[in-house]
Design a protein around this ligand. Sequence first.
Ligand code: ADP
Ligand code: ASP
Ligand code: MG
Length: 421
Amino acid sequence: MPILVMKFGGTSVADLTRIRAAAEKVRAEVARGHDVIVIVSAMAGRTNELVGWVNETSPLYDAREYDAVVSSGENVTAGLMALTLQEMDVPARSWQGWQVPIHTTSAHGAARIEGIDRAALDAKFAEGFRVAVIAGFQGLSPEGRITTLGRGGSDTTAVAFAAAFDAIRCDIYTDVDGIYTTDPRISAKARKLARISFEEMLELASLGAKVLQTRSVELAMRYKVRLRVLSSFEETDETSGTLVCDEDEIMESKVVSGVAHSRDEAKLTLVTVEDRPGIAAAIFGPLAEAGVNVDMIVQNISEQAQGDGEGPREVTDMTFSCPTDQVARARKALEAAQERGDIRFDSLEVDTEVSKVSVVGIGMRSHAGVAARMFAALAAEGVNIKVIATSEIKISVLIDRKYMELAVQALHDAFGLDKAD
Ligand code: ADP
Ligand code: ASP
Ligand code: MG
């Protein structure tokens, strides 16, 4: 029988009523003749609560124990979803990640799926079970410990199952009715897209649009999974939501197709580090080892370099950004490198009140002037840009957090995203 993957996020399984509504959607697909693999997230807010407990207990926690704790939210919803379906006379069984098993790397807190054992599910479908419910977000390391796939990781569980079982489609049910030109919670003018290319969605996700986890889009692109985002709060049919697909299946032709934001960024500057070959490696090596996800990097002439009275000294300032919750780790790694004598710096300046705003579009490959238009729109609102980064299809800026929403709205307007083609 054709297999369909249906994933329900946190708000879609927030309580027993929501779980029943989700189960109704599953039952309807079973009635249409599909075998269904259901992936569930933890109830809304539960993973945040678990992460909070871990941080309170141990700020620089052991990531193996972090995973032991934060993976647990999904166990509850998987069992409840299977029970709800059974109450509806739909033969269903639940599995936690280790039971399938879903093999992952041992990068705790950000593990990657390496393979899914089909045998247990295949056997159950062969016995006549119509639905397999899988706890999302979880995996099993080569050492035999529970891993998690990073925040938002149930999306990736869903796409990985769709690929492994050759599913006809992977439907991601959430609290919005599709993918929008920007986060609809930030701009009332955000417009729902009928389709978006894998590449653009990949950029938007990696730049902060949390509607899909980045890795899930990467997998869908690689394994050609038909990926759709739609609402669990509304009646839906085959045409609902937004399809993530190949570029050549898309009619829209805007230069910029979306604006993304990442709220909780931090900007760190190492003031007056030596300017010599190998200095970047000496700084970013220890940061990588400490698990800090460094994003934007700028090296610039140190203000202290001029006229410090000591004669010419080859120094530079090194600025980079990372998520705010990794600042403590970054500081510790840099101070340890300074103590070992691997790097020398006068001070470490930390600004935790910044956000990243980005514009994304495959049209940028063939159109000049996008950066100029973006900077002019921000200037018109009096928004100062602290750091800029570009790639072939995106431009990102780091700005003061208090201007984040204003910047998103201004850019959405400047690129005409509220208007259909
Ligand atoms: P779930 O719990 O279902 O996984 P998430 O909260 O992870 O849901 O993702 C859905 C949220 O993503 C929406 O509520 C919306 O605020 C946010 N979002 C950010 N950018 C976009 C976008 N471009 N289109 C749609 N939603 C977006
Ligand atoms: N519950 C996990 C989280 O909140 C995974 C997910 O919802 O996708 O990050
Ligand atoms: Mg999510």
